[in-house]
Design a protein around this ligand. Structure first.
Ligand SMILES: Nc1ncnc2c1ncn2[C@@H]1O[C@H](COP(=O)(O)OP(=O)(O)OP(=O)(O)O)[C@@H](O)[C@H]1O
Ligand SMILES: [Mg+2]
Length: 437
């Protein structure tokens, strides 16, 4: 049961830190204010009103009773009541009470007045709304009725509005101050979250300057240390890769030259094919290692990028189904290379290639699929490993290095995205790429 309640609370409560903190500060203030208001309203205001109304109606009753007992002296009674109690009374002869009463059911004054009138008089009418400072009470008497105009302050104390103002104003002030302070406290956390998100997506993050409370500052320092360590690591990796690739090219060139001196054409041909393959591998590595660090993140229109990549193939076997104007932040050359690798695979291993671009609430999704032989499910993990080829005899194994998918994977991961393999409805392989906006 508590679990269910917990889930409901989690659904209702705000998700953002700022609003949660604000709720923690504002809720007790509001509850306190509400409690005080209710207690005040019930115990002080309503009860006082009731007492005042009761006293007033006692006076009205006294007036009517004295009137009925001393008819000869009615003018004197009128005078006394006018002087001492500020009564403004008139007797309207031969007229009936108006039918419709303009009572407001929700008004506490009207409710109290009605209750008290009912307990003392059988036929009455009143109106509290028509005059600003007066209330109008009519009480049937013989063939006519008495009309009383009573100052409003006789039945209600006006402090309710002042009280409401005094209690809401400080609450309003407190909540405003809390908002200002909380904004300042949550800003560094949001800044850190944004920097981490951008770094995770492989975007360039300028030096992070920690700010805010001690713990947040420490998290910022640690993030900055981690960011630098990862960057150093990545730089080292790519420098090593490009160093190795570069250094190996010199002996390879020498081997190529020496190959021309080999007399046996058969051996020379085989060897030069191997050398070519090695050169291709080195080129791929070198290109990849270089491009990963030299390129800056920009806004990319994915639909346009896919169109321009597929147009290079001039191949009627590539079918497009693209959502227009899908934009992400990324590195054009790397993404282009990733798409090329996938399209190359489909062209190499299948007849028809299908490219699709859609989007979800927070990702753009590129799907590359074909009608080829596909990849067995148990090989899904392996094909992402560098230099891994499923079947040496499959396709033109000479021209393939086994780097295509692992490079594509690397590129997508460096954009904070994800790449997934699956069976295609067209019979072959389906590669699904998720890129965050
Ligand atoms: N669309 C596909 N259909 C069937 N098999 C595929 C497909 N794409 C990749 N493969 C299999 O996965 C293996 C790894 O692919 P990857 O692109 O990494 O290397 P490659 O295509 O062999 O070489 P490279 O792309 O470096 O020239 C391939 O050898 C191939 O067996
Ligand atoms: Mg390939």
């Amino acid at each position: 049961m508590f679990y269910g309640l917990n889930r409901i609370f989690k659904k209702i409560l705000p998700k953002q830190l700022f609003y949660r903190a604000l709720l923690i500060v504002a809720l007790p203030i509001l509850i306190l204010q509400l409690t005080i208001s209710i207690v005040f309203f019930d115990s002080l205001w309503i009860k006082t009103n009731k007492g005042m109304t009761r006293a007033l109606l006692g006076e009205i009753k006294t007036y009517i009773d004295s009137y009925s007992k001393n008819l000869n002296d009615s003018l004197e009674i009128d005078k006394l009541f006018k002087e001492n109690l500020n009564f403004d009374v008139k007797y309207i002869e031969l007229e009936k009470l108006p039918k419709k009463s303009s009572e407001r059911w929700f008004s506490p004054i009207d409710r109290t007045l009605r209750r008290e009138l009912k307990s003392r008089f059988s036929n009455y009418w009143f109106d509290t709304t028509s005059y600003k400072d007066l209330i109008d009470i009519k009480i049937a008497y013989k063939k006519g009725y008495f009309q009383f105009y009573i100052p409003r302050e006789r039945v209600t104390n006006s402090s309710a509005r002042m009280f409401a103002l005094w209690i809401t104003l400080p609450a309003f002030l407190l909540i405003t101050i809390a908002i200002l302070f909380l904004k300042n406290q949550t800003r560094p956390i949001i800044k850190l979250a944004k920097a981490s998100e951008r770094f995770g997506k492989g975007e360039e993050v300028e030096e992070f300057v920690p700010s805010g409370a001690l713990e947040i500052r420490q998290a910022g320092y640690e993030f900055e240390k981690m960011r630098k360590r990862i960057l150093r690591h990545l730089n080292q990796r790519s420098e090593m890769l490009s160093g190795i690739s570069h250094d190996l090219r010199t002996p390879l060139t020498r081997i190529k030259l020496q190959l021309t001196f080999i007399k046996d054409k058969e051996i020379s041909k085989k060897l030069s094919e191997d050398v070519k393959e090695m050169e291709k591998m080195l080129d791929e590595y070198l290109q990849f290692a270089r491009s990963q660090f030299s390129e800056k993140t920009t806004k990319i229109n994915l639909s346009k990028l896919i169109k321009s990549v597929s147009s290079k193939y001039e191949n009627s076997k590539i079918k497009l189904e693209l959502l227009e104007n899908v934009e992400i932040n990324g590195r054009t050359n790397l993404l282009q290379r990733c798409l090329e690798n996938l399209i190359n695979n489909s062209i190499k291993y299948a007849n028809n290639t299908y490219l699709k671009l859609t989007k979800s609430s927070n990702h753009s999704i590129v799907i590359v699929e074909d009608d080829g032989p596909g990849i067995p499910v148990n090989e899904y993990e392996n094909v992402f490993k560098p230099f891994y080829k499923i079947d040496k005899s499959r396709g033109d194994s000479k021209s393939s290095v086994g780097l295509g998918l692992s490079i594509a994977n690397d590129i997508i991961k460096s954009h904070g995205g994800n790449i997934k393999l699956d069976k295609s409805n067209f019979g072959g392989l389906q590669v699904k790429i998720f890129l965050p906006f």
